[in-house]
Design a protein around this ligand. Structure first.
Ligand code: FAD
Length: 507
């Protein structure tokens, strides 16, 4: 083998790719990062149109608490990023029920306990079980070195934690709703609405379908160093990209990788701007896109399994608005989760997540105006079965429903709309390159299959997947952690040192 251009080529600067690239650069690897857009972040980016700046998809992020990945990166690399720990994080509104999602667990639970005739003891028992399971799983996820594959030290640390893992046993292979039923809470409507709402945005399915340990763990979403990134998540994505280049990483924006070709012992990364050779590839892509870029025709059990799970998932329908906020609105960024009819699926405009920039988000909109990102789920398999004209009609009807839900459930934020743009799965496919616009990763519907790929194998020799389709996946923080985990593995294979920049002690 001659001298290769790079140790590792990372395809895609979403948070999975950014996490892997930065972490590899921290370890001294020679890394190429190719991104087809002219800005990083993918589904978690901030884009500019008509002089306004909008969050493309993701708007609220965990991982900014001490000892957590984003916090540690901000400290270690002196990233110019400000986190606003807004309170409440989210305002949930449904007919006859409102809740402020607070960063403080007791403050959130207290709202359920204060509901007249609430089953207080059962609620406390349910949330105590939830906290035990979430603690066990987050402590693993926040310490990427505790995710598989394990070395002897990690096995010892896991052995010491076995009592913490025991509560998991009763939840594995069961839907979240069965845990509720065990606590006699299946008919307590406010909790049911809350769980359906948070499950839909985290594990991407309703409480009745959600694999309980995943859903119980992601219920901690609001309590885990969660906040708003001042100016938009793009500022974090850019800061991570710059930290990567300041460590010697080679970042190439507007560089779409057209194909990945396996040569004897390395990969060729082909784009219109050049062809490079790297020992290993990290693909921040959906499994279907890996297949396309590598021109893989034969069966591949891992990619095939993941592809099938992705295709059981979602596309996003979006409204991007410029609004004048209601008089008396606070200066902080604001997030609203609206449910028009809790008896219907939390999708297709019946449920919307709506994020409004704050006054301190400079550059997002002129003084006195705010930008708003509104999203809802659409089942992509259903959409794909329709003729093109019917697809367009369905997307339009979902957007109409989103507007109605906003008008009915948050009239004060919908009263003065100055500008609106729309987006659909086709928009996501076009901008992020994601196969048919599938977003949100793999719905964690009940099943033991989810535990099978906790150790994602290489998709192809020396080619690893990162992003929301591989464990831990499914949020901006989780995809970045997955990237770090892959970096750790590749650094070991390349004989590189452990990360110098982050010396986080696992709890
Ligand atoms: C509407 C919506 C709302 C969400 N809300 C939240 C939220 O509030 N909080 C949260 O934590 N998560 C949220 N998420 C989930 C979160 O955005 C994702 O889990 C995460 O951003 C996915 O990152 P990724 O690394 O998997 O991939 P992506 O973000 O898809 O990044 C992949 C990157 O690869 C690039 N690329 C693709 N093909 C090529 C190629 N051939 N060559 C070069 N580059 C290429 C793309 O341009 C893109 O930048 C939301 C997602 C959506 C869609």
């Amino acid at each position: 083998m001659g001298v290769l251009d790079y140790d590792v080529a990372v395809v895609g600067a979403g948070f999975g790719g950014l996490g892997a690239a930065l972490s590899l650069a921290e370890r001294g690897a020679k890394v190429l990062l190719c991104e087809s857009l002219n800005y990083p972040g993918g589904c978690a980016s901030t884009f500019r149109r008509h002089g306004y700046q909008f969050e493309a998809g993701a708007t609220l992020f965990s991982g900014f608490g001490p000892g957590q990945l984003f916090h540690d990166w901000i400290e270690a690399h002196s990233l110019p990023v400000t986190i606003d720990f807004i309170d409440p994080l989210v305002e949930l509104r449904a007919p006859g029920f409102e809740l402020l999602a607070r960063a403080d667990r007791d403050a959130l639970i207290g709202q359920f306990l204060a509901i007249p005739a609430a089953p207080v003891a059962r609620l406390k028992a349910f949330f105590a079980e939830q906290a035990r399971i979430a603690d066990a799983l987050w402590s693993i996820m926040q310490a990427p070195e505790l995710l598989p594959p394990f070395g002897p030290m990690e096995l010892l640390r896991h052995a010491a934690r076995v009592p913490r893992y025991l509560p998991l046993v009763r939840a594995v292979g069961r839907p979240l709703s069965s845990v509720l039923a065990r606590h006699g809470l299946e008919d307590f409507r406010p909790l049911r609405i809350y769980l359906d709402a948070i499950s839909q945005i985290t594990v991407q399915c309703a409480a009745a379908e959600a694999e309980a340990p995943f859903a119980l763990a992601t219920m901690d979403y609001y309590f885990r160093g969660t906040g708003h990134v001042r100016g938009g998540i793009g500022s974090l994505a850019w800061a991570l990209l710059r930290a990567f280049t300041s460590l010697g990483g080679d970042a190439r924006l507007t560089t779409r990788v057209q194909s990945l070709r396996r040569r004897d012992d390395h990969w060729e990364i082909v784009s219109r701007k050049g062809t490079w050779r790297a020992r290993k590839v990290v693909a921040n892509l959906l499994p279907q896109d890996v297949r396309r870029l590598t021109a893989l025709t034969e069966r591949n059990p891992f990619l095939d399994r993941l592809s099938a799970q992705v295709e059981d998932g979602w596309g996003a329908v979006m409204l991007y608005r410029v609004i004048r906020p209601p008089s008396g609105a606070g200066a902080a960024a604001h997030h609203l989760e609206l449910v028009a009819d809790p008896t219907k699926p939390f999708t297709e405009g019946n449920h919307v997540f709506c994020s409004i920039s704050g006054e301190r988000d400079e550059g997002r909109a002129p003084d006195g105006l705010r930008t708003m990102t509104v999203s809802t789920h659409v089942p992509l398999a259903t959409l794909r079965r329709l003729e093109a004209s019917d697809q367009a009609a369905l997307i339009s009807s979902i957007q109409r429903r989103m507007r109605q839900t906003l008008d009915r459930m948050a009239p004060e934020w919908a009263a003065d709309v100055r500008h609106e743009m729309t987006a659909s799965p086709r928009t996501f496919a076009r901008f992020t390159g994601r196969h048919l616009g599938y977003v949100g990763g793999i719905p964690r519907r009940v099943g033991l299959g989810h535990y099978r790929d906790l150790i994602p194998p290489p998709a192809l020799p020396d080619l690893h997947l990162v992003g929301d389709t591989v464990f831990p996946g499914q949020s901006t923080l989780a995809t970045a952690i997955g990237g770090v985990k892959i970096a750790e593995r590749l650094a070991g294979e390349l004989g590189l040192r452990r990360s110098q920049a982050r010396g986080r002690a696992a709890s």
